[in-house]
Design a protein around this ligand. Structure first.
Ligand code: RIB
Length: 329
C-alpha cells in the first residue's frame, strides 16, 4: 500500500482493466419498500459513488492489484465526486473521459432486510464508445484481465471483449443489469458471472433452485469459451468449467448482512483480482465469495467494498484450497 492509503498509482501498469459505468448512487433506506402508488417514510439517505464498473474497479484495486476503469463521467457536480473517488482508490483517472451533461445516476431503495431495488439512468455512461476504448487498446493488451458489465453500450462491451481476445487477455463479463445477449458476444467471454436473474434471462431456465441454476450454468457454458459462475445471493454460488464435469460451490460466509448493494460487484472485482494474482481457481473463487459476503455488512456500494486485509482476516489469514465452505461435486 502507498503512504497516502491508496493501493496503486497511475505509474503502475494496470493488471485489471474495467470497461464500465460510474454512477452517483442516490439511496433511500426504509423499513419496507413502498407498494405501487404508496409513499413510505424512510430513515436514511445517502449520495455516494457507485456504478457497476466503478464498484468492480474499486473492489479489485482494494485487493492491491493495479486497476484502471475506462468510463465516462459528466460535467456536473456528481462527476467531481466520481472522479475523486476513483482517484483516491488509486485507479488511474487518465482512463476517464469527461462528457458534457449529467453523470450516470442510480436511484436505489434499501429495506430493513438489506434487499434493494435499483433504477439506473446511464446518462454519461451512454457516451462510452468503441472509439474511446480503442484509445486504450495498448493498456488492454498489456493487462491480465478485462472486466466488463452491461451498464454501457453493448457495442462498446463487444469491442472491449474483442480487443481482449485479440491479445490473449482473460475476458470476464458480468452480464448486469440483465439483458439479452447474442452468441457472438458470449463466445468472446472466458468467464461469465451472471446472478440467477441474469442467467434465467439468458437461458430461459428457471434458476430459483440449485438444479435450475446448474442447468443454466451448463447451458451458458456451451455458449461461452471458458467458465460460468452463477451467484445465488444467500444460497451461495456455483462454478462450472469447459471440459470438466466438476461443480465448484460455495456457501455464503456467515456475516451480519445489512445491505446487498455492491455485493455482486465485490464478488466480480475480488475474483478478477484473485485471478490476476495467479491464485488457483478454487482459491480465487473462495476469495471472491469472501469479498461478496463482506460487502453486505456495510451500507452503500463504494464504502462496503472490502480491503485485502479484511478479506484475508475472514479467510482466516490463509488461503486453503479445500476449505470446508467450498464443495466440489
Ligand atoms: O451493483 C450495484 C450498483 O448498481 C450500484 O452502485 C448502482 O450504481 C448500480 O449500477
Amino acid at each position: 500500500m502507498h503512504p497516502d492509503g491508496t493501493v496503486a498509482t497511475p505509474d503502475d501498469t494496470p493488471q485489471i482493466v474495467v470497461v464500465g459505468s460510474l454512477n452517483l448512487d442516490v439511496t433511500a433506506r426504509a423499513t419496507r419498500m413502498p407498494d405501487d402508488g404508496e409513499t413510505v417514510l424512510g430513515d436514511d439517505f445517502t449520495m455516494l459513488p457507485g456504478g457497476k464498473g466503478g464498484n468492480q474497479a474499486v473492489a479489485a484495486a482494494r485487493q492491491e492489484v493495479p486497476t484502471a476503469i475506462i468510463g465516462c463521467i459528466g460535467s456536473d457536480s456528481a462527476a467531481d465526486i466520481l472522479y475523486d473517488a476513483v482517484r483516491l482508490e488509486g485507479c488511474d483517472t487518465r482512463f476517464l473521459t469527461v462528457v458534457d451533461g449529467p453523470s450516470g445516476i442510480a436511484h436505489i431503495e434499501v429495506d430493513h432486510n438489506g434487499d434493494n431495488r435499483i433504477i439506473v439512468v446511464p446518462l454519461a455512461n451512454e457516451a462510452l464508445t468503441p472509439a474511446i476504448v480503442d484509445h486504450y487498446a495498448d493498456d488492454i493488451a498489456s493487462a491480465t484481465v478485462l472486466l466488463c458489465q452491461l451498464e454501457v453500450p453493448l457495442d462498446t462491451v463487444r469491442h472491449a471483449l474483442e480487443l481482449a481476445n485479440m491479445h490473449g487477455v482473460l475476458a470476464i463479463l458480468n452480464p448486469a443489469p440483465a439483458r439479452p445477449l447474442d452468441d457472438e458476444i458470449l463466445s468472446l467471454v472466458d468467464l461469465l458471472i451472471p446472478n440467477e436473474t441474469e442467467a434465467a434471462l439468458l437461458t430461459g431456465i428457471d434458476t430459483s433452485t440449485r438444479g435450475g441454476a446448474l442447468a443454466a450454468a451448463r447451458a451458458l457454458l456451451e455458449r461461452t469459451k471458458g467458465d460460468v459462475c452463477i451467484t445465488r445471493g444467500s444460497a451461495g454460488s456455483l462454478l462450472v468449467s469447459t471440459g470438466s464435469d466438476e461443480v465448484l460451490e460455495t456457501e455464503v460466509f456467515p456475516v451480519d448482512a445489512i445491505d446487498a448493494t455492491g455485493a455482486g460487484d465485490a464478488f466480480c472485482g475480488g475474483l478478477a483480482s484473485a485471478i490476476a494474482r495467479g491464485l488457483p481457481r478454487s482459491e480465487a473463487y473462495r476469495y471472491a465469495s469472501a469479498c461478496g459476503a463482506l460487502a453486505t455488512t456495510t451500507h452503500g456500494a463504494f464504502p462496503s467494498l472490502p480491503r485485502r486485509r479484511q478479506v484475508e482476516a475472514l479467510l482466516g489469514g490463509a488461503m486453503v484450497a479445500d476449505a470446508p465452505d467450498i464443495t466440489v461435486r
